[in-house]
Design a protein around this ligand. Structure first.
Ligand code: ADP
Ligand code: MG
Length: 281
């Protein structure tokens, strides 16, 4: 068997939510894909879900966010056989993989730049990736995929793999990230038209929202979000704050670093709940 189930999945009261894959994607870097993937994963794990975070970006930023600079051998050995917790293993049907347990409810498949070897027109690795995700869905309530900031095989594989859940698209209040988010939406619409996939965007999430006071330009972008994306624009957003960038740099959950009652922690909880509600409907 390719995948050794480490722990029996405990679905408990959330049985109906089992086995969903969420990809966090935008064709633009710096919008908070990794921040949102990691904080969403930590939040869902704290809510009692069993979560596997798949770092699908050769930069390995989500891996650093959870492991620091001491990346364990099972990840840092790249595509060698002993690297059983490296995402690259998901792309080959001949490889065994076993996510690395980070905490009670959270495991990680980490990335190294070995992932950047995967490119080209051959779709076989993307199909193998989807088969691997199906195996992970048997053991986890949520599989979160942190995507690279570009279209290509890694992005396509993540899109094909998240039909059971959907895509979360973080944007920041500026034209470039909105434009890139539109491109992601068009790409998804195109995949749905051509392949009848039923892939959905669960939410477009405004991140790095400057507040206190909120500049006129940011107000403009928040209303533009609703105009341009309609129902898929999330009502909740995340403010720009050093509490979030510090928490990520220190490999901490925002609610541990900045306290549960702090605004950033409450915003991340609210975003997570809105995404859960959207998935239920
Ligand atoms: N809400 C936020 N407030 C402050 N800094 C943030 C926030 N979200 C992300 N960042 C910072 O912005 C940078 C880019 O975020 P990251 O999640 O790596 O983006 P991406 O994965 O889209 O490239 C990082 O330094 C991160 O700490
Ligand atoms: Mg990133």
């Amino acid at each position: 068997m390719r995948y050794k189930i480490i722990n029996e999945a405990k679905f408990g009261e959330h049985e109906l939510m089992a086995g969903k894959v969420l990809a966090v994607a935008n064709e633009k870097g710096g919008v908070g894909k990794t921040t949102c993937s990691v904080q969403l994963a930590l939040e869902l794990a704290e809510l009692g879900f069993k979560v596997c975070l798949v770092d699908n970006d050769p930069s390995g930023d989500a891996t650093t966010a959870l492991c620091g600079n001491k990346v364990p051998t099972v990840i840092c050995q790249g595509n060698r056989p002993e690297a059983t917790a490296n995402t690259i293993k998901l792309y080959s049907k001949d490889s065994e993989f076993e996510p690395l347990e980070i905490s009670k409810n959270l495991s990680l498949l980490g990335a190294t730049d070995a992932l950047s070897l995967l490119k080209g027109a051959d779709m076989e690795p993307a199909y193998d990736f989807c088969d691997s995700l199906d195996m992970l869905r048997e053991a986890y309530d949520f599989v979160l995929i942190d995507c690279p900031p570009s279209f290509g095989l890694l992005f396509t594989a993540a899109m094909l793999g998240c039909i059971s859940g959907g895509v979360v698209v973080p944007v920041i209040p500026d034209d470039l990230s909105f434009k890139a988010a539109k491109k992601v939406k068009n790409r998804i619409d195109q995949m749905n038209d051509r392949m009848h996939l039923g892939l959905q965007i669960v939410g477009v999430l405004a991140n790095k929202v400057v507040n206190n006071p909120m500049p006129q330009s940011v107000k403009h972008y928040l209303s533009k979000l609703k105009e341009e994306f309609g129902d898929i624009a999330l009502d909740t957003h995340i403010n720009q704050t050093v509490k979030i960038s510090d928490a990520i740099a220190l490999q901490e959950k925002v609610s541990n670093y900045a306290k549960k009652s702090s605004k950033p922690a409450k915003q991340i909880t609210a975003v997570t709940k809105e995404i859960l509600t959207k998935l239920e409907s």
